[in-house]
Design a protein around this ligand. Sequence first.
Ligand code: UD1
Ligand code: CA
Length: 458
Amino acid sequence: MRLGVAILAAGQGTRMRSRLPKVLHPLAGRPLLAHVLDAAHALGAEPVCVVYGHGGEAVRSALAAARCTWVEQAEQHGTGHALMQAMPELRDVDRILVLYGDVPLIASATLRGLVDAAAHTGLGLLTVSLDHPDGYGRIVRGADGRVLRIVEEKDATPEERAIQEINTGFLVGDRARLADWLGRIGRGNAQGEYYLTDVIGLAVDDGVDVATAHPASLEEVAGVNDRVQLAALERHFQRRQAEVLMRAGVSLSDPARFDLRGRLSAGIDVSIDVNVLIEGEVHLADGVSIGPNCVLRDCSIGPETQVFANCVIEGAAIGAGARIGPFSRLRPDAELAAGVHVGNFVEIKKSQVGAGSKVNHLSYVGDSAIGRGVNVGAGTITCNYDGANKHRTLIGDGAFIGSNTALVAPVEVGAGATIGAGSVITRPAPPDKLTLARGRQVTIEHWERPKKKPKPTE
Ligand code: UD1
Ligand code: CA
């Protein structure tokens, strides 16, 4: 059985009050539509068609890398009309599953359940019962419990409006039969639209038994119409991710103040304090602790390493037992070996720092290779940029760089070398020797401070 998917995403989304098309608004850092595409691909569906309309070009270019077939619905005449646009692209499949670009949290397990439920009947709907069904199409069932049709709220009688079982919109059907029913729906309704939901009544007239399935949670079928709903789904999504992590051995000081916009792989006994934002691909080994207010993006942190408050770590790799922060910034290609200490207001970029080395205060280390057991004093700056090109600084094992040193690259400090505080190092500093490059201290004997001239008396 070959399954194709149509994702309806042509709606205007006016209630977002945004220049950005609704389906591009991010949830956990990714466009709503990307989440729906994931759900479709998890089913192995092919092709996956996206029916786009308003802001279409922006949607296509934002998701240019997505594996899907784009179908334009230039004018929006309803959900039935939207699916009609995709039918030519779906001509080779047996079944069609309809998803929505603005309903991002649908679980693939739920969709699988819907597809399975409809395996023999040829048509299936995902429904839920709501205490307040206002605004939704209602599922009208006969005395025997069989689905008879869907009535849209605007077309419903007061009795029908009292029905609590609603149409989530998710539907699966036999392709050939759907094509036939779609060809027979009209737009003689309150909204003058082609309602996809009208295929249900036509199918029942043809003797088809309509299967129903149900989602595991209401959030799965919740659509995003405005930013309030978007924020609510974001919180729900984050809570779910947090629970998965906690069950796997990660302590979160407050799961409500944890945001994962990407993928986190974590060992056991990892602890994460409040207001930590994790983006991209992040790996935290066993026993890592992350202090409050940190941003971690595309980085990996070795076992037992402690990251204190307010660090921003991006594209860096940190070894075991390191101590980072508070207030450290590690930028792309910072590679810190085991036991490295990096302290406050230290920025490290594109540099290797060897085991046990320390850069504890107020430093910039860029384009450098620092050996093992090096002590980089407070205020040390690698002057890696000459205004046109970047150059490297090499510091050998066991070197000691005095405070407030400027290392003007390209430059090399030998192993075991000591650099006197306040030096501007522009030439190689030999190993195991003290090198100084600063004005010599002098004391002027017999010098006197100037005294104020007495004011002339009038
Ligand atoms: C639809 C259902 C309703 C269901 C509700 C669930 C119909 C007629 N009604 O109502 O039974 O309870 O969803 O939320 O299907 N779209 C297009 N092109 C169009 C029109 C819509 O792509 O021409 C897309 C929208 O972008 C949206 C989805 O289809 O993602 C649903 O459209 P919407 O207008 O929200 O449908 P409702 O009237 O809410
Ligand atoms: Ca809707």
